[in-house]
Design a protein around this ligand. Structure first.
Ligand SMILES: [Zn+2]
Length: 88
């Protein structure tokens, strides 16, 4: 594995960890409009996307998406989102 790939993997792990913290802190909120928000950013689940600059730049799971996945994991209707495609 080359250095760049290794660093990107570490960054992604850090995002995952940050997402777990956001979830534990209760930052994931179900809005009255039916959208899920994390720290004010709207996160869509089908397909998975987020409004934050990190996601827009990279088109890969950001910490908000990981927080929502952790949130959905605790709910039965979120099981289809926890497949390997969205995990590290
Ligand atoms: Zn985001």
């Amino acid at each position: 594995m080359n250095e760049e790939v290794r660093q990107e993997l570490n960054r992604q792990k850090a995002r995952w960890a940050a997402g777990q913290e956001l979830f534990k802190a209760g930052a994931v909120k179900l809005g009255t409009d039916g959208h899920i928000r994390v720290n004010g950013y709207r996160v869509h689940t089908d397909p998975v996307s987020c409004e934050c600059p990190d996601f827009k730049n990279r088109k890969q799971s950001c910490k908000h998406i990981f927080a929502v996945l952790a949130y959905l994991k605790g709910r039965q209707n979120g099981n289809h989102l926890t497949n390997s495609h969205y995990q590290i």
